[in-house]
Design a binder for this molecule. Structure first.
Ligand SMILES: [Fe+2]
Length: 348
């Protein structure tokens, strides 16, 4: 059965907002309602949403500012703006920010579900197009980006490839579709691409980062999503990259998203990323070993990590370590960015 779609309506006119909420609930959507930009931002940080409808004249931030914040945080969630016909807001500016669609008040309620489904379908088609096209130029551009990062930080590239392999194991276990596996794979490859903008001195520092250095290091998910977000078909990948350091308890970065408000693939990636970093040898320390690393993932389930996904990951890894996991990775799906890393990278 198809999952009920969750929508957020942000409207500074409570009566209009309530009316939209009632109508959309009648059409079968789960609807959250906020009367201000701040209220809307609170909801996007804690609820999983499929689409946002925002009135353009909210009181605590103007509609364009709010649109900028929302499209930066969630490149893959369609944002529909609603505006009065006498609004001074430049709709071209809104569309340039990545707003998916707009509606004029009074909204034709009967047409609302059609507009919503059209925008949801457009996003679904994007990930399909991404895999089906497998544009050579796009893949070459991504490979060039990774090479540039590799030249700067040899650790990151090997790390990304190992994260991809683990992501494919978990993705197979979760029975993800081919389109989903492809998206997860690209996100895994590219998750640390934002480190390309990080000064070498910070990138290569073992520990003891100063506060200002920590802030720079913590910019890499945002920088990465901005780089990748330049390519429209990669909006979902960009969103996963932006949120791969969020924590399930809402104490991560950059947006302090909580629970299921964190994109599903970002929740998977954060577990794999952490595990891979723990088991890998670095210049300045040995990896902690696979069973200790798995215990660490279990210890942080429910705080740092999604508890259900952490359980799945530990199960997949234990089976993988025992060498009897019946997983077939579809190699035709994999993007060959580089030769596979050697197994000897890990400590035993
Ligand atoms: Fe990262």
């Amino acid at each position: 059965m198809a999952q009920t779609k969750s929508l957020l309506v942000i409207d500074d006119d409570p009566h209009y907002g309530e009316m939209l909420k009632d109508a959309l609930t009648f059409f079968g959507y789960k609807v959250f309602l906020a009367y201000s930009a701040t209220g809307g931002l609170d909801i996007v940080k804690r609820e999983r949403l499929d689409l946002i409808i925002s009135d353009i004249n909210t009181p605590s931030a103007n509609g364009i500012q709010l649109a900028r914040q929302l499209t930066n945080m969630f490149l893959d969630i369609p944002l529909i703006m609603v505006t009065g016909s006498n609004s001074s807001v430049d709709l071209r500016e809104a569309m340039a920010l990545g707003v998916s669609d707009y509606l004029f008040k009074p909204v034709n309620i009967d047409e609302l579900p059609i507009v919503i489904e059209k925008n949801l379908e457009r996003r679904r088609q994007e990930s399909r197009r991404l895999r089906e096209n497998k544009s050579d130029i796009l893949l070459k551009a991504l490979r060039a980006l990774l090479r540039a990062l590799d030249a700067k930080d040899p650790y990151t590239c090997g790390h990304s490839q190992r994260v991809v392999r683990l992501a494919m194991l978990v993705g197979n276990h979760l029975k993800l579709s081919t389109d989903q596996l492809y998206t997860l794979q690209l996100a895994s490859f590219l998750h640390d691409i934002g480190k390309i903008g990080m000064p070498d001195k910070i990138l290569n520092k073992a520990d003891g980062l100063e506060d200002y250095e920590l802030n720079i290091a913590r910019d890499h998910p945002v920088v990465g999503s901005e780089i990748i977000g330049e390519i429209e078909e990669l909006s979902e990948v960009a969103s996963i990259v932006r949120h791969h350091h969020e924590r399930y308890d809402g104490k991560g970065y950059p947006d302090q998203l909580k629970g299921e408000a964190i994109p599903y693939f970002a929740r998977i990636l954060s577990i794999i990323d952490c595990y891979e970093a723990l088991v890998s040898d670095r210049v300045y320390r040995k990896g902690i070993g696979q069973s200790k690393a798995l215990a660490e993932i279990e210890r942080n389930a429910g705080t740092q990590f999604d508890p259900g996904l952490a359980r799945v990951f530990v199960e997949v890894m234990r089976n993988d370590l025992n060498g009897h996991y019946p997983i077939n990775i579809d190699h035709s799906l994999l993007v060959d960015f580089n030769s596979p890393p050697s197994a000897s990278h890990y400590s035993s």
